[in-house]
Design a binder for this molecule. Structure first.
Ligand code: 1CP
Length: 343
């Protein structure tokens, strides 16, 4: 069993395993090289050899305990008939913003689609990755992916997006249900190709009230978890309902995920006294603190390890590595964690 799987199964390991969200990315010169040669971000995602190479770059450099497949949560929108591209300045762009004009949703099975390339990246990477390291497959949670489809890219007003979802409820729920189906299919494909842990990213879950959170975050996520566990009960699933505050408790109890990633805004003692009693947590150094480095980072790491070390814990960030993070700070981060001793 990999170290990460042991911890998610409830074993306490000191120092804890480490991996970071967006550990492969622009802060690494070797990533920037491959990325510029690939032509575009999407080309890189759909080139298994190159995607596998960048997936492994942070493992070679920092010896993290897990690799996360290099891809993006938005690739899947093409399977529902929406065209996706990435603009250097604007980020993701999905044609036909739904707020302006509804579009009939198509459904293209994973097995007949370019997403099969992601499966190739998974199997190529698994062959090269050490046996005691995990390979994390992932998807975006339906609500978060839906916000990009509704708005045609990153949303500037979530209120507008939520209002649109209520005004077009039937259409919206059909889209959420299709996202549940296709995401489950996609994750099962990644597991069959060699992913041993799954992460479900719900970056924009924090903008919802309790009712919408239940219907659009908890219920769809629970269905995805059930679909995976029915087929692969041993596969561990990490949920990330970012910025959802005290709703983390409901999320943990009702979705049946095996672990949650916590964001840096959450109170540490709440995480320790409430969430760690319910599940395994991953977190939650702020990406800004990693970018600053030095004593600020060291203090935060030690405080985090002291606070969460009574239970099984995964060391990481509360969100993705920022692109101007010095590589040396990441080396130091790993060094501090690996030298940590519990008194
Ligand atoms: O040109 C580039 O290098 C593009 C930058 C980039 C990268 C490196 C994007 C564009 N996506 C990714 C990779 C990525 N995205 C991974 C790979 C594995 C890893 O973590 O190392 C993962 C897991 C994601 C997931 C993702 N994409 C999320 C969920 C997690 C999060 O960061 O909140 C979201 C919201 C996206 C959408 C996305 N992808 C990229 C951009 C610019 C955006 C928009 C972000 C936003 O709306 O604010």
């Amino acid at each position: 069993m990999t170290i990460l799987n042991k911890v998610i199964s409830g074993e306490k390991i000191t120092p804890p395993p480490i991996w970071l969200m967006r550990q492969a990315g622009r802060y690494l010169p070797e990533y920037r090289k491959v990325r510029s040669e690939s032509g575009s971000f999407l080309n890189l995602c759909y080139s298994p050899k190159l995607a596998s190479e960048v997936t492994l770059q942070p493992i070679d450099r920092f010896d993290f305990d897990a690799a996360i497949i290099f891809a993006d949560i938005l690739l899947i929108v093409e399977n529902l008939g929406f065209n996706l591209h990435f603009n250097e300045k604007k980020g993701p762009v999905i044609e036909n913003c739904l707020i302006n004009q509804k579009q009939i949703i198509k459904y293209q099975k994973i097995k007949n689609s370019p997403l099969l390339k992601i499966g190739e990246t998974v199997s190529l990477t698994r062959k090269k990755l050490e046996k005691n390291k995990s390979l994390i497959g992932f998807c975006g949670a339906p609500w978060t992916v839906a916000t990009y489809i509704i708005n045609g890219g990153t949303t500037t007003s979530y209120e507008k997006c939520i209002q649109w979802a209520h005004d077009n409820y039937e259409y919206f729920m059909e889209m959420i249900n299709l996202l549940v189906e296709i995401s489950s299919e996609y994750l099962i494909m990644q597991i069959e190709a060699g992913a041993d842990i799954i992460k479900i990213f719900d970056t924009w879950s924090g903008v919802l009230n309790e009712n919408d959170f239940n219907d659009w975050v908890i219920i769809p996520t629970h269905k995805i978890v059930q679909n995976i566990k029915t087929k692969y009960p041993h596969i561990k699933i990490i949920g990330f309902p970012k910025n959802c505050g005290y709703l983390y408790e409901d999320y943990i109890k009702k979705t049946s995920v095996d672990a949650v990633a916590v964001d840096p805004d959450l109170d540490m003692l709440y995480c320790k006294n409430t969430l760690q009693k319910l599940t395994v947590i991953q977190g939650n150094i702020s990406p800004e603190v990693l970018r600053i480095g030095g004593d600020t980072m060291k203090k935060d790491i030690i405080k985090t390890l002291d606070t969460f070390g009574d239970y099984s814990f995964i060391m990481g960030l509360g969100h993705g590595v920022l692109k101007d993070t010095p590589v040396n700070n990441v080396l130091e981060f790993v060094d501090i964690v690996r030298k940590y001793k519990r008194i």
